[in-house]
Structures are given as C-alpha cells and as structure tokens.
Design a protein around this ligand. Structure first.
Ligand SMILES: [Zn+2]
Length: 64
C-alpha cells in the first residue's frame, strides 16, 4: 500500500493529496494536508491520518 501522506496519493474516493501545509492538524502531531476532489475539483484540508478515508465535503457528503 502506498503512503497516504505522499504527494500524488489518491484514495478510494478519488481524493488526491496535493501536499502538506504548514498548519498543525487537530489530531496527535499531524499536519494538515491539502486534498483535491477528482470529481468536482474542490480543494480542502485534512488531517494526515484521515487522508485514506476522506470524502469530498462538497460532492460526497464528507465533513468540512
Ligand atoms: Zn467533490
């Protein structure tokens, strides 16, 4: 399995990892990452630990 925090990683919901931000995340020492939706192009932030299971908040009903 590929590392979900690697740039270019795409999870099962077509959410692509665009890289790490400089903002600390809300989950044990994680950074926020920028994810981009493969369906609608929406970009949003996610904790590193959540990337593998994130859904787009705009078109897939994921949390913001
Ligand atoms: Zn979307």
């Amino acid at each position: 399995m590929r590392d979900s925090t690697a740039i270019g990683y795409i999870n099962k919901n077509m959410q692509e990892n665009l890289g790490r931000t400089h903002m600390p995340g809300t989950d044990n020492n994680q950074w926020f990452y920028v994810l981009k939706c493969g369906s609608c192009g929406n970009e949003y932030y996610s904790n590193g630990t959540d990337i593998w299971q994130r859904k787009c908040p705009k078109c897939q009903g994921g949390k913001p």
